[in-house]
Design a protein around this ligand. Structure first.
Ligand SMILES: [Zn+2]
Length: 289
């Protein structure tokens, strides 16, 4: 498969645990004056329901599966499921994921995140996230250190700051550099997914300094990535699986709607969406047109 110069190119940034919060800056850290870009894109975002008609707080495994398959996974499983998907949910992800559906349309999707290994079989089944399951099943492999060091992958924490403790001996990068790497991957593929989950971790930590460090990295990263959407036939999407970091009065997830940010080609077609279930179908429609 070859991507054509004038064909649609999408970068989709999936952020774990980012809801649309209250207007009270004492409660919502995203309203801090240090994050004008984040505040502005969230103000203009389309709010999506993440509760999915299922009782209880929304959780990651079912929320992500819903976002990235278009199937209401919480309803299918009968409950919100946190963390890593169990076997039956994995099957749903393998059968219905967005990468698989894009390949059926003869498009070239990719997952820009760098793993520690390029051997997907070495990732323990119990530690396979929704994105790992879909990447391994639809694409057969993942990006690793070689791609990371040649600027063809992005570490999940953006600057690689969490990785030295795990034995990574390469350089740290600035958020703007990582943004450039993501955009380079975006140019080489029809659809590029990037996952950032430290928003959820920071929200659970309830530590203001961790929350602000996370938001500062994102602010710088996103300002740079936004340039991607300024080119013809380029679209930048950003969404989440459930709320968390936007409310500093709780360490748990929230029932807030999540943002769908769409900037660039076809952005208007996302304005009418109301639920996580509608994102994958709306993306597919853009490529079908
Ligand atoms: Zn969480």
């Amino acid at each position: 498969m070859v991507t054509h110069l004038n064909s649609l190119k999408i970068i989709f940034i999936f952020m774990d645990g980012l809801g649309i919060g209250s207007d009270d800056p004492a409660r919502n850290p995203i309203l801090d004056s240090r994050f004008p870009f984040l505040r502005n894109i969230l103000k203009n975002a389309t709010p999506l329901d993440a509760c999915l008609g299922v009782e209880g707080l929304p959780q990651s495994a079912t929320g992500q599966a819903t976002l990235l398959t278009g199937v209401n996974a919480a309803e299918a499983m009968g409950r919100h499921i946190e963390g890593f998907p169990p076997a039956r949910l994995k099957k749903l992800i393998q059968d219905e994921n967005l990468f698989f559906k894009l390949i059926q349309l003869e498009k070239q999707p990719t997952f820009a995140n760098s793993y520690w290994t390029t051997d997907p079989h070495s990732i323990p089944p119990r530690r396979q996230s929704v994105t790992t399951v879909m990447t391994v099943s639809a694409l057969g492999g993942v990006r690793g250190k070689t791609e990371l060091l040649s600027g063809k992958a992005v570490m999940h924490d953006i600057t690689r700051w969490t990785t030295h403790a795990r034995g990574y001996d390469g350089p740290l990068v600035e958020p703007e550099d990582a943004a450039g790497h993501l955009m380079a991957v975006g140019e080489e593929n029809d659809f590029t997914l990037f996952e950032y989950f430290l928003t959820d971790r920071a929200g659970h930590s309830a530590k203001p300094e961790q929350v602000f460090q996370c938001l500062e990295t994102l602010e710088r990263f996103l300002i740079k990535v936004a340039a991607f959407a300024e080119q013809p036939n380029h679209l930048l999407l950003l969404s989440s699986d459930h709320g968390n970091i936007e409310d500093n009065t709780t360490r748990t997830h929230t029932e807030n709607p999540v943002p769908l940010v769409a900037i660039g080609k076809g952005a208007d077609s996302f304005r009418s969406l109301t639920s996580l279930t509608e994102v994958t179908p709306a993306i597919l429609r853009l490529y079908e047109d």
